[in-house]
Design a protein. Structure first.
Length: 235
């Protein structure tokens, strides 16, 4: 998109975050909250707990694929940096921030994706030691399922702690540094004076994103259909 239109007026904002990234971000919020609430609500909500887990698995798998096939600022190669870059960013006090994720925020994003992936995958093999089990319970021994269940519970605590860090950091940037990160994750846009013309994305590649999500959902459905049914007899 041109820095100036025919009128010569500089645009107020430029597009940075594509639509699939923004939708995935808010669906992550919904799925994590839904998973936690349905777990707390008791075994009668286990069916919905499963559904939120399936959705989380498809979403996090999509975001990983999108980290290679997505738009400029969604790609891991654009924002992942080594330890030296993180130290230098901290030494500068956050000055000279990139258009997308800063080096410290990038670590948080990758850690969140990793923990959500672990949470979703372990849930497939876990059980509640009462009557319910994940769809892949029948592929492992009861002892293995119990160990995976312990990891599932511990990882949930780590995930919630990291989400708290993420929320606090976003709040600090919004209040202390006057960077409206929440607005950017809704509109996809950042102030034009912080986004060089060459850094703006021109398309969200929605069709490609839909195709990736569909393929991942179909693959999960095939795997679920192939799994042996876990019943109370297995306990």
């Amino acid at each position: 998109m041109s820095d100036t239109g025919r009128s010569g007026v500089v645009p107020a904002t430029r597009l940075v975050w594509d639509l699939p990234v923004r939708i995935a971000h808010w669906l992550f919020v919904l799925c994590v909250a839904g998973s936690w609430l349905t777990h707390q609500a008791g075994v009668q909500w286990f069916g919905w707990h499963r559904r939120f887990g399936y959705a989380t698995l498809v979403l996090v798998s999509f975001r990983i694929v999108w980290g290679f096939a997505g738009t400029r600022h969604a790609r891991f190669a654009n924002f992942l940096r080594g330890p030296r870059a993180v130290v230098e960013y901290l030494r500068r006090g956050g000055a000279g921030e990139p258009v997308g994720h800063n080096p410290l925020g990038a670590l948080n994003v990758v850690a969140l994706l990793a923990l959500m992936l672990v949470q979703a995958v372990t849930g497939l093999f876990a059980n509640d030691e009462i009557v319910n089990a994940g769809p892949f319970y029948g592929w492992v021994s009861p002892g293995t399922s119990n160990r995976i269940t312990a990891l599932h519970h511990a990882n949930a605590d780590w995930l919630l702690a990291l989400i708290a860090v993420h929320v606090v950091a976003a709040g600090w940037y919004a209040l202390a540094r006057r960077r409206p990160l929440l607005r950017a994750m809704v509109t996809g846009r950042k102030d034009a004076d912080r986004v060089p013309e060459a850094e703006e994305i021109g398309s969200s590649r929605v069709a490609l994103a839909v195709a990736i999500v569909a393929a991942l959902a179909i693959a999960l459905a095939i795997a679920l259909r192939a799994a042996p049914e876990a019943t109370i007899a297995l306990f």
